[in-house]
Ligand binder design. Structure first.
Ligand code: SF4
Length: 428
């Protein structure tokens, strides 16, 4: 309800909830919970807002109220004491916290796009931008295609309009997410929309290039190493999107990748990585892996370790395989890997990953880099560089924060490095 500012709030709440896997219902009755974004500008708007809250309570019962009328909670409580929560305008973080409290998001490590910790409140200076839903692949450990259906991309005009609004609302970093970002637009036959006076096709490259015009950091997640990813790496070389690629490789043994039915399994990944690093020496490569997939032998696991030594990925996460109900992998005749073996493999894998990370970070000492400040506490600033996605990667700690402010960019000199994090001091 109300003015464009309320609309931006609604959109931000929706964007965030969609990114976390919540869906928008078509009616109050079909919803698990209702958020009413109110207007309190004139009496008529107050009446209309109170009426909307009453309708939502009658039809659904679980109602969170936000928006301008929320700044006068007593007015709402006098008429509707049973609302779950009342927040004022632009308090979307509190709205999200309340949604989490009353309708907790389920975390599925193999399915969710965001880390478990990622459902914490997003500070205002970064935002997740979901560009599509569903997936056309059939990875045997995954039930996304049966749960969420085949790939459905959002039209490029809609995605860019949302990104533009986010930047206008103060967002400095956009994290592009989907199940398969590099497949964006395939289902739309790459249909074009006009944006900023020019036609833009719904293609991964064109979307990344257009987002790169917004002046924010653009970080790409869940990219598969298809050949056309090379074009996007060129945008990184030009400084239009962050030199950061999050590619869920999941394994390196050909045999296990086949059993997993991974897309692009046959690509020569080490050659691709070498080519990307040649084109963009400062590129950060992040990936996730699964150890202990059914039938994974010592040789398969050694192949993964060997590949990791050669690949020298900057950021790595690793899950022990656990079966997901309804996944095709459950029907594989291969023997399950015992839990203690899975655990031991994960530990060995992460030890190697930590060694590689520490070596790569040590190389950064003495360099001056740009960071985005996430928080400042007791004179210490906690920031991220182009190499660090929020929640899942490392951070840059700046002991003498001085005048550094949350949500602002700063130039810092790296003075020390640990296994995952860096220490820095402000420059200039
Ligand atoms: S690419 Fe594979 S793991 Fe990812 S969503 Fe699609 S089927 Fe699932």
């Amino acid at each position: 309800m109300g003015c464009p500012k309320a609309l931006v709030d609604s959109e931000r709440i929706l964007t965030r909830l969609r990114a976390e896997g919540y869906e928008v219902a078509s009616s109050y009755r079909a919803a698990d919970l209702v958020v009413v974004n109110t207007c309190g500008f004139i009496d008529a708007a107050v009446d209309e807002s109170l009426q909307a809250i009453g309708e939502a309570l009658a039809e659904n019962g679980k109602v969170i109220v936000t928006g301008c009328l929320g700044a006068q909670p007593q007015k709402i409580l006098d008429r509707h004491p049973q609302v779950l929560k009342i927040t004022g305008p632009q308090r979307y973080e509190e709205v999200l916290a309340s949604v989490h409290e009353h309708l907790p998001p389920k975390h599925e490590p193999f399915i969710d796009l965001m880390p478990e910790q990622g459902v914490k409140l997003t500070p205002r200076h970064y935002a997740y931008l979901k560009i599509s839903e569903g997936c056309n692949h059939h990875c045997s450990f995954c039930i996304i295609p049966s749960m969420r259906g085949r790939l459905v991309s959002r039209p490029i005009g809609e995605v860019l309009a949302e990104a533009e609004k986010l930047v206008r609302a103060g967002v400095k970093e956009i994290l592009v997410i989907s199940q398969d970002t590099s497949a964006y637009g395939a289902d739309l036959n790459y249909a074009a929309d006009t944006w900023r006076g020019r036609p833009r096709r719904a293609r991964f490259h064109d979307l990344a290039a257009a987002l790169g015009e917004l002046g924010a950091w653009i970080r790409l997640h869940y990219v598969y190493p298809y050949p056309h990813v090379d074009e996007v790496v060129e945008l990184m070389a030009d400084g239009r999107v962050l030199p950061y690629l999050d590619i869920p490789f999941q394994h390196a043994s050909e045999r296990i990748l086949k059993l997993m039915r991974r897309p692009a399994a046959a690509e020569k990944t080490l050659d691709r990585i070498a080519a990307w690093r040649k084109a963009v020496p400062e590129i950060t490569l992040r990936s996730t892996f699964i150890v202990g997939f059914p039938g994974e032998t010592d040789e398969d696991f050694e192949a993964l370790l060997q590949w990791s030594r050669a690949a020298q990925l900057d950021r790595v996460g690793c899950f022990e395989y656990s079966p997901v109900e309804g996944a095709a992998a459950n029907a594989l005749p291969e023997r399950a890997v015992p839990d203690e073996v899975k655990r031991e493999r994960r530990e060995r894998f992460m030890e190697l990953a930590a060694e590689i990370s520490a070596e790569r970070l040590a190389d950064k000492v003495g360099r001056t880099i740009q960071v985005l400040i996430d928080r400042v506490e007791d004179g210490t600033a906690f920031a991220r560089s182009a190499s660090d996605a929020p929640e899942i990667d490392g951070m840059v700690r700046i002991a003498a924060a001085g005048t550094l402010k949350v949500g602002e960019f700063a130039q810092v000199e790296i003075v020390a490095a640990g296994a995952y994090d860096l220490e820095a001091r402000p420059v200039g």
